[in-house]
Design a protein around this ligand. Structure first.
Ligand code: SF4
Ligand code: SF4
Length: 101
């Protein structure tokens, strides 16, 4: 018979807190369409044959506006609407963190 005092509680290892501060800009490899004009400089914009504008991406899918040393957005004040609305801690954010960290 198992004595209750002998039961050792096993705690789940805690998940790391989801914050951009401990991330590696995982969401900055996604394709981002420019659906409004937020003043993204031309050098960071790609235009396809149909005239659709997206953020220009580099090898590995990285956004061309990301500073790869600091992993910070270099056009933060002018970042596209989609970047502004991408929510830290959202389902999409967790998916990207799991895929790239
Ligand atoms: S929004 Fe999410 S995926 Fe993007 S940098 Fe922040 S924590 Fe990372
Ligand atoms: S514009 Fe800035 S926030 Fe948006 S994907 Fe590029 S680096 Fe990330």
């Amino acid at each position: 018979m198992l004595n209750e005092s002998m039961i050792i509680e096993i705690k789940e290892p805690s998940e790391p807190v989801v914050t951009c501060a401990n991330c590696q800009a995982c969401c900055c490899r996604l394709e981002v369409m420019l659906i409004t004009d937020t003043g993204v400089p031309e050098e960071y914009i790609s235009v396809d044959e149909g005239g659709v504008q997206t953020l220009r991406r580099l090898e590995g899918g990285w956004c061309s506006a990301l500073d790869r040393e600091t992993m910070m957005c270099t056009i933060y004040e002018n970042r596209p609407l989609i970047c502004r609305e991408f929510e830290m801690g959202s389902y999409e954010c967790i998916v990207e963190r799991k895929a790239h960290m």
